[in-house]
Write a protein that binds this ligand. Structure first.
Ligand SMILES: [Zn+2]
Length: 57
């Protein structure tokens, strides 16, 4: 569950291979909807769109 203050740690997973490559903090107060970032994926060996997930492994 999210703590007070609206900050939440989320994982970023590659939208293609589903590899969990990055961890980031998001601020629920400022952002709505899903976070998507274009980042390098080690498994794909190229830039892929990464989507946030709260399911941390
Ligand atoms: Zn990938």
């Amino acid at each position: 569950m999210a703590k007070k203050g609206g900050r939440e740690i989320v994982a970023l997973v590659c939208s293609v291979c589903k590899s969990q490559n990055y961890m980031t903090e998001r601020n629920k107060l400022n952002m709505e909807g899903k976070l998507t970032l274009k980042k390098y994926c080690k498994r794909c060996k190229q830039q892929r769109l990464h989507k946030e997930t709260t399911k941390l492994k």
